[in-house]
Ligand binder design. Structure first.
Ligand code: F6P
Length: 356
């Protein structure tokens, strides 16, 4: 058996742990040959691949990023000039590499492309990857725990300045259109306010609340997700990348909030945009284990010929769901989420009720 493996979308702590687990499990349990496709679907389109052997993946478990490289702009079905070059990519996979199947590790965009190749006859198993933790029917993505650890540490550090200077300190997290990183990171870092896309907020009410705190606790720590917005406001977009499947790059809502709050307050308001530090570096032990379990489970699906499925974590156990049921979908924080309820119950300021 000859299996291709690629990593698509943004980099993420734990990708190398999945690459290692798939390679080792397939070599160990069924002597399958594994070939790594370089830079995601870009490599499939441009004929770039190299063998992955147990020796190749030695020592990469704790390494951040992906040894195969990745790409978050390349879609063979819609190339940079708009042309559909999926046949070219398919020919490389089938005729040149003679792959029996492909393991695609990536987020919603990667799963969408992978599912289309599966329908065209290239058997695919998907492994969900995203620090955003927003893939449907998957209780936890690897990379999320590592991102949350960075946010929690940043909030701990920002709290020092908030307390010492009597300031309002704002930390802006990643997470795209879902609030998981801000919610869990904010809880872990003891944020006084957590603002997420699922709960639009009233900026005047937030300013009043911060002003009241100037006379009581004396400082405020705010954790805001990049996709959060005030009532009547659109998303804060940092850049638009024309040739990207998802052209919108979020960022800057923390700075926007600072501008709104400052005139209403006596204390200084300062913002830190955490950015890509949340995505870089070594995965936490939790993410190393989750990524290893996902990779092993993907290898089991391949061995069992259970193609067209994506690995998920359901409760505490690995399982899989049909790719066509999840491709292109996302998973916002539901109002019933236990972390959200706990934050509200503890008096964390989270704006109005969802959709209000
Ligand atoms: O999906 C992961 C993610 O890190 C998002 O949280 C963020 O909005 C986006 O990717 C940033 O992408 P890029 O690295 O292309 O700017």
């Amino acid at each position: 058996m000859h299996i291709g493996l690629l990593t698509g979308g943004g980099d993420c702590p734990g990708l190398n742990a999945v690459i290692r687990a798939v390679t080792l499990a397939l070599a160990n349990e069924c002597r399958a040959r594994v070939t790594g496709i370089e830079r995601g679907f870009w490599g499939l389109l441009h004929g770039r691949a190299r063998p992955l052997e147990p020796a190749t993946v030695h020592g990469i478990l704790a390494e951040g990023g992906t040894i195969l490289g990745t790409h978050n702009r390349c879609d063979p079905f819609h190339d940079t000039d708009g042309a559909d070059r999926s046949a070219q990519a398919l020919a490389f996979a089938r005729d040149e590499l003679r792959l029996d199947g492909l393991v695609a590790i990536g987020g919603d965009g990667t799963m969408q492309i992978a599912e289309r190749f599966h329908r065209l006859g290239l058997p695919v198993v998907g492994v969900p990857k995203t620090i955003d933790n927003d893939l449907p029917r998957n209780d936890r993505s690897f990379g999320f725990d590592s991102a949350v650890a960075v946010v929690a540490e940043a909030l701990d550090r920002l709290a020092t300045t908030a307390r010492s200077h009597g300031r309002v300190m704002i930390a802006e997290t990643m997470g795209r259109y879902a609030g998981w990183i801000a919610l869990e990171g904010g809880l872990a870092g003891g944020a006084d306010a957590i603002l997420i896309p699922e709960r639009p907020f009233d900026v005047a009410a937030l300013a009043r609340w911060c002003r009241e705190r100037e006379g009581t606790v004396g400082h405020t720590l705010i954790c805001i997700a990049e996709g959060a917005r005030a009532h009547g406001q659109g998303l804060t977009v940092q850049a638009r990348i024309a040739d990207s499947p998802d052209p919108i790059r979020l960022g800057g809502v923390g700075a926007w909030l600072q501008q709104q709050l400052q005139p209403a307050l006596t204390s200084e308001v300062r913002t830190t945009l955490l950015g890509h530090v949340q995505r870089g570096g070594t995965p936490t032990p939790f993410d190393r284990v989750l990524a290893t379990r996902f990779g092993y489970h993907a290898a089991q699906l391949v061995r069992g010929g259970r193609w067209g499925r994506m690995v998920v974590l359901a409760g505490a156990e690995c399982d899989s769901v049909p790719l066509d049921e999840v491709a292109g979908l996302s998973r916002p924080v539901p109002a019933t989420d236990g972390r959200l309820q706990a934050a509200l119950g503890l008096g964390v300021w989270m704006g109005d009720a969802p959709g209000a």
